[in-house]
Design a protein around this ligand. Structure first.
Ligand code: SF4
Length: 1006
């Protein structure tokens, strides 16, 4: 089978022989022209005729030049819009509307709509009847339908808004056109309309008319024939051109279709071709193309009988292999292509096309193709916003937006800090003192981390910076800390002025470009650099005032609309393309992805300011028009193919509807093809994750035995380790044996643990100067009345615990709460005056004898006690507690009961500390365990004692020694278990205990 373009090439060669080089051949797009040229060269081996796209032909006939950059048009439109609407809108706010308006103007010109008629506020339905008698009754009805709900005295808010814009659109349109005309530039529609006007005004020169008419401004004199191939829907301007050239006997038309959709009057795929074949018939003897020409009746348009040619009758032969493949994932569709190519199409070459109605699947597809396929030609647009370069620029824009300016006073070198020294906006110098106030931009850690972790930036230097930020809890970071290499210096500096931005971004992209990144991605970066440079040039040329923020917003908006055109060498290899690029081409094997309703056809996706009924009334394209165009592309593409794989996403999430395209339903129920339907499913395992048990191997035992060593830097069991073990032995293993560290991360806001540490530290700082002294009422009152001491202590604790003295945002609240708690602790302490601080935040260690596996061992225990003080007759071991805890407990065994989420860990901890202290004393001493719960500090009856249940009542526990023996025995039992080689470390059964466990991911308990 020869394909459509091969047949045309052969026919034209036979018809025109040597004269063909004097013809001009026009295609709807460039790609079909390229393929045609290849087929023609294979036959003739001679110079080929001129090959143009329809746009190029229109451009040739017009004296206007289509603007290189849409931005220039939108800027021009913006200026006029602002003036007419008298708004203060910024350009970035207008950009989206500007694009929409431009598209609408383009359409109304291409379809030769009278702008004055369209942009009227039609108050009277009778007026519509009278004024639009040039329209069909159906069109008039549509216009009436729109305006009938508009009652000037009862406008809704939306209607009033609509009218206020609608009424100025005609002026905007005319002034915009005038302005562009004066500059000699245009949008496509303007060029099309100008050509239609020239034809109307008899201003296009052809061979037939040349001797008869005076001088024309446009000429087609040098063409023997103008041959149009493979068109479908025509704009009114194109129809005017076709009519004119047909009348001049200068045109030939070749249409591609199949009788399957042409003869069926309700098949939308044939909507335009049924008319075109009648209005612009192909030559009577088009060789193999059309063996039976259309009959007379067809030409007069009275009745259409269809065609009878084997070259236009493929879909009635049921000899195709068609598969529908449902894939429950968007990206999964790309993976299936790999299997199809590997199993059935070997080797995939120029006869195989993969069509992507959704361009987002291009990259997943390219990564899914079998490695052995080397020649791949991609011809389609790919959204720049889906590229890594875009995400980098987006992070950089955010970085600059969230910059924080800090001022710092420092000495500057004398050569700088002098009247003749270097001047800078970033500092204010006092020459007499040699000091200057430096204003420096600091970067917000989230933006910095996003950049450092970006695939183009992430390397060893970036990784060490990430560690540095996390370890030091840096919320705002200075350029000096970040500028570790050229690229990082380029990125992390503050942009002060609008004109610095383009260079700043381009420099970064140039720097990235020089890295070892794939060729494809270099293309994105190039496009980016181009877009930034163009934007800069246009802003400068158009003199549009703009803030840095507006520039960034605008850049993002513009980039979001840019598609990178991939145009490889199209004449070899596997063909990957968008739907539009398939026009007039045929392939033996066709694989189409995203065969979903809403994607193919796309449905009503075009943005327009012109309401549906007015579009319909004035003959502008509507959603039905667009559906019919895509129906034609689809059926035409499969009509000559032998193997057709139609893949769709069967899940509904995000953009996906999960609904298969109407074209698939049509094929399934109407076409009579034998269709193989496959439904791919992914195995979803419902089996529970396996239990995790860790055996006490020799290596584990060796690690455990490190707790026995008696060297200076010995490892010890803290109360936290004991509590962790009782909670979950596996968690104990992860943390203390395997030493799986929880990753460092920046804490922007204070968490519960940090809050507790801040309180301990601040109290420690406040009382430090009183250590070993007797504190009396006056001392405490002095502290209470000297807020500065308290605030300084809190700030110092912030610095130690949080690596920053900068208290901002929600932390201001934390600061105030801490202040309140500290003041209350002081008030409470006042009640116990005089007292003596014995020790603050002191580490205690002991060797604890336990008989393990029939052997006496000394286990190292230790911990840091918040505060030890002495009241008149009491030695208190104090722990400050900020969490949600109780001071009472049932009995000592309850503190060691596993699987109990309500176990009182705070009491275990304070008893553990009491034991540590008690065993460090030379003589036995009565010590009192004390808990300062912040939650209870404000209770009138605040009591630091812990309380034990006895005879159904909670009894204050004055001293530790009443429970010490029992406590130690329970503790020994825990150690016997920990060191028992037969007992594995295993997961806790009560999953409530897993809440907030950092290892829940490993355990599948998250
Ligand atoms: S997630 Fe649960 S079972 Fe796993 S270690 Fe943590 S507490 Fe233990």
């Amino acid at each position: 089978m020869k394909n459509f373009l091969q047949n045309i090439a052969k026919t034209l060669h036979q018809t025109y022989k040597d004269k063909l080089s004097g013809c001009c051949i026009v295609f709807p797009n460039r790609r079909s022209g390229l393929f045609f040229n290849k087929y023609l060269s294979e036959i003739t081996g001679k110079p080929n005729p001129a090959i143009l796209t329809i746009n190029e032909l229109m451009q040739k006939l017009s004296h206007l030049q289509i603007a290189d950059d849409e931005l220039i048009l939108i800027f021009t439109l913006f200026k006029i819009y602002k003036k007419e609407r008298k708004t203060t809108e910024n350009f970035d706010e207008f950009y989206f509307w500007g694009q929409m308006l431009l598209n609408d103007f383009d359409a109304l010109d291409k379809y030769l709509v009278d702008a004055k008629d369209l942009f009227q506020n039609l108050k009277s339905l009778q007026e519509i009847e009278n004024q639009f008698n040039y329209l069909s009754p159906e069109q008039i009805k549509a216009i009436k339908n729109f305006w009938k709900s508009f009652e000037p005295t009862k406008y809704t808010k939306h209607q009033a808004d609509f009218i206020s814009i609608w009424s100025v659109l005609y002026d905007i349109y005319t002034k915009f056109n005038k302005e562009l005309h004066s500059k000699g530039i245009a949008y496509e529609g303007m060029v099309y309309r100008e050509v239609a006007d020239k034809i109307k005004n008899n201003d296009v020169e052809t061979r037939r008319a040349s001797s008869l008419q005076c001088q024309k401004t446009s000429s087609l004199l040098h063409y023997e024939k103008i041959i149009f191939i493979g068109f479908n829907a025509l704009t009114r301007c194109e129809e005017k051109l076709f009519d004119f050239l047909k009348q001049e006997n200068l045109a030939e038309f070749y249409w591609d279709y199949d009788k399957y959709y042409i003869e069926n009057e309700i098949q939308e795929a044939g909507l335009f071709l049924r008319e075109n074949i009648k209005n612009y018939p192909s030559p009577n003897n088009p060789g193999e193309i059309l063996k039976t020409p259309l009959n007379k009746k067809d030409l007069t348009g009275q009745k259409f009988h269809g065609v009878n040619s084997s070259n236009f009758d493929y879909l009635s032969k049921k000899d195709k292999h068609i598969e529908f493949i449902a894939v429950p994932s968007e990206v999964g569709q790309a993976k299936i292509v790999n299997q199809i190519l590997q199993k059935t199409i070997q080797p995939p070459n120029i006869d195989t096309a993969i069509v992507l109605p959704d361009e987002h699947l291009l990259i997943p597809l390219l990564y899914s193709l079998p490695e052995e396929i080397k020649a791949i030609n991609v011809t389609m647009g790919y959204p720049l916003k889906d590229t890594p370069a875009y995400s980098l620029i987006e992070h950089i824009i955010e970085l600059q937006k969230n910059i924080r300016i800090v001022s710092d006073e420092r000495y500057l070198p004398s050569e700088i800090c002098s009247p003749s020294g270097m001047q800078s906006n970033s500092y204010k110098a006092d020459y007499s003192t040699g000091r200057a106030t430096i204003s420096q931009g600091q970067f917000y850690f989230r933006n910095v981390l996003a950049i450092l972790n970006h695939q183009y930036i992430n390397n060893e230097v970036a990784k060490s910076l990430v560690d540095y930020i996390n370890k030091n809890n840096k919320i705002y970071i200075s350029p000096d800390e970040l500028g570790k290499n050229e690229l990082l210096k380029n990125i992390f500096h503050r942009i002060n002025k609008l004109d610095e931005i383009p260079e700043y971004l381009v420099n970064i992209l140039h720097n990235v470009f020089q890295k070892d990144i794939p060729e494809l991605e270099q293309e994105y970066i190039n496009q980016f650099i181009l877009a930034i440079k163009q934007l800069k040039e246009i802003i400068t040329r158009q003199e549009i005032p703009m803030s840095i923020e507006t520039f960034f917003k605008l850049l993002k908006q513009i980039i979001q609309t840019i598609n990178i055109p991939f145009e490889g060498e199209p004449l070899e290899g596997l063909q990957v393309m968008g739907v539009l690029e398939t026009r007039a081409l045929d392939f033996e094997n066709v694989i189409i992805l995203s065969m979903n309703e809403g994607i193919l056809p796309a449905g009503d996706s075009a943005s327009t300011f012109i309401p549906y009924n007015l579009r319909k009334g004035f003959g502008l394209p509507t959603v039905e028009h667009s559906d019919a165009i895509y129906a034609y592309y689809f059926y035409r593409l499969i009509q000559r193919a032998k193997n057709i794989y139609l893949i769709y996403n069967s899940t509904s999430n995000g953009r996906a509807t999960g609904e298969m395209s109407r074209f698939l339903y049509q094929l399934k129920y109407e076409s009579g093809f034998n269709i193989l339907e496959k439904n791919l499913t992914f195995d979803i395992s419902l089996s529970l994750p396996e239990k995790i048990n860790i055996k006490k191997t020799t290596a584990v035992i060796n690690k455990l035995e490190q707790y026995f060593t008696n060297d200076g830097d010995k490892k010890y069991f803290s109360p936290s380790a004991i509590n962790t073990y009782i909670d979950c032995s596996l968690k104990f293993y992860f943390r203390y044996i395997a030493q799986l560290k929880e990753p460092d991360e920046v804490k922007e806001e204070i968490d519960a643990m940090t809050f507790g540490n801040l309180l301990h530290k601040a109290m420690n700082i406040i009382y430090k100067s009183y250590e070993n002294k007797l504190i009396n009422v006056q001392d405490i009152e002095n502290l209470i009345n000297n807020k500065q001491i308290i605030e300084d202590a809190i700030l110092k604790s912030f610095e130690k615990e949080y690596y920053s003295k900068n208290v901002s945002g929600r932390n201001i609240l934390i600061f105030e709460i801490l202040k309140k708690y500290i003041l209350q602790i002081l008030h409470i302490d006042k009640n116990y005056t005089p007292f003596q601080i014995i020790e603050l935040e002191k580490e205690y260690k002991i060797r604890f004898p336990v008989k393990l596996n029939n052997k006496e061992e000394n286990i190292n225990l230790g911990g840091t006690i918040d505060r030890i003080d002495k009241l008149v007759d009491t030695l208190r071991i104090i722990d400050y507690k900020t969490g949600k805890v109780e001071s009472s407990y049932s009995d000592i065994p309850s503190l060691f009961t596993k699987e109990n989420i309500n176990r009182n860990k705070a009491v275990l901890q304070i008893l553990f500390y009491s034991m540590l202290y008690e065993k460090n004393r030379k003589q036995p001493t009565d010590i009192t365990p004390a808990l300062y719960f912040t939650k209870q500090l404000f209770n009138d009856n605040f009591d630091y004692h812990i309380k034990k249940k006895q005879d159904g009542k909670y009894i204050i526990q004055e001293t530790f020694n009443t429970v010490s023996e029992e406590f130690e025995n329970e503790l020994k039992n825990v150690f016997k278990e920990i060191f028992n080689p037969e007992l594995d470390f295993e997961q806790v059964k009560n999953e409530n205990i897993c809440n907030y466990c950092p290892y829940s991911g490993i355990c599948h308990r998250d």
